[in-house]
Ligand binder design. Structure first.
Ligand code: CMP
Length: 140
């Protein structure tokens, strides 16, 4: 089915100057960028985005990392976009990420893991609405 998913290129990958390389992987896999913005998240924005993880032991480190520099946020659209994007990213922990995935190639640790992607179509809708107004998403 045609889906949309939220993708974030995290501060580590932006700092490494691999935004274009990561976009190329999306495009080669048939995912289209239908919305995008660069943003330096406030603490409140990062805490709100990751609210489901609030009770997890890694929450504070996650928020600190996500506000350590600008991120690139995009909506990707395509057939089976949520799973396709997750396959491109690889496992959350780069140590477990398959060869050739974004995290295997660009991530350094489970915290500085280069990218975020929605885990399901329902969460994608919530995450997209968190960062983009409906008028900022351009169906293509
Ligand atoms: P992300 O997909 O952005 O969602 C939550 C993030 O928390 C995750 O990627 C990791 O970068 C980070 N994180 C740190 N420790 C853990 C952990 N033990 N399990 C899951 N996520 C973790």
């Amino acid at each position: 089915a045609l889906e949309r998913t939220l993708s974030i290129i995290k501060p580590d990958a932006v700092a490494k100057n691999v935004v274009g390389e990561i976009y190329a992987r999306f495009e080669k896999a048939g995912l289209k960028v239908v919305a995008a913005k660069m943003k330096h998240l406030s603490r409140k924005e990062a805490e709100g985005f990751y609210a489901v993880h609030r009770e997890r032991p890694f929450f504070n480190a996650l928020v600190e990392f996500m506000i350590s520099g600008p991120v690139m946020i995009q909506v990707l659209q395509g057939d089976n976009a949520v799973l396709k994007h997750r396959d491109l990213m690889g496992a959350t922990n780069p140590k477990d990420a398959a060869k050739g995935t974004i995290r295997a190639d660009f991530a350094d640790s489970i915290d500085a893991n280069a990218v975020h992607g929605s885990d399901a179509a329902e969460t994608a809708a919530t995450e997209i609405a968190y960062f983009f107004a409906a008028t900022e998403v351009f169906p293509r």
